[in-house]
Ligand binder design. Structure first.
Ligand SMILES: CC(C)(COP(=O)(O)OP(=O)(O)OC[C@H]1O[C@@H](n2cnc3c(N)ncnc32)[C@H](O)[C@@H]1OP(=O)(O)O)[C@@H](O)C(=O)NCCC(=O)NCCS
Length: 151
């Protein structure tokens, strides 16, 4: 059975989960401690960053993280889904959908008015009621900003 928990309650898995993110989205300046800080550090918004993990048989199989992105606050987009990732062997079982639903519930609890995500798979988000933000399709890539409004 899959259950969703806060990563802060399972810090024994922080390195494992950070390594998934590093391997999926490598960047020269990014190391494990930078990823850990982005997922679990302290920010100006109480409760963020926040990471949720999906656990099966007490081992993590997926993660989603929410962040406050100060630079994007200037353009009215402060709160973001920073990463959603499911281990390849567990894909296609709606684990990511469950993680997104749980992240949305946390966003509501934290009274975040809206969440944004930059994604190349908008269909995944649209299936959960998110919408593409008009005019944000990045030129050379298929990435698009999607959002969901809570209030
Ligand atoms: C994307 C990812 C998180 C999906 O995880 P998952 O647990 O297999 O997703 P779900 O089973 O919850 O999928 C829910 C729906 O989204 C769709 N979907 C999932 N991945 C998709 C993809 N890559 N492209 C288009 N649609 C996708 C599914 O087909 C499913 O649709 P359905 O309801 O019509 O069957 C997983 O493939 C992954 O970790 N990929 C690598 C990292 C990544 O790309 N993250 C997202 C970047 S923004």
């Amino acid at each position: 059975m899959v259950r969703i928990s806060e990563l802060r309650d399972h810090s024994e898995w922080l390195a494992t989960v950070s390594d998934w993110i590093l391997a999926e989205w490598p960047k020269p300046e990014r190391d494990r401690s930078a990823v850990e800080h982005r997922m679990m550090g302290h920010g100006p918004h109480e409760g963020l960053p926040l990471a949720l993990i999906a656990l099966e048989d007490e081992a993590p199989i997926g993660v989603i993280s929410l962040i406050h992105h100060a630079e994007s606050e200037k353009i009215g987009r402060p709160y973001w889904v920073d990463a959603v990732y499911v281990l390849p062997a567990f894909r296609g079982r709606r684990i990511a959908s469950e993680l997104l639903r749980a992240a949305e519930a946390k966003a509501r609890q934290l009274r975040l008015p809206v969440l944004f995500a930059l994604t190349d798979i908008r269909a995944f988000y649209e299936k959960q009621g998110w919408a593409a933000v008009v005019g944000t399709t990045a030129g050379a890539t298929r990435d698009v900003v999607v959002s969901k409004v809570f209030s």
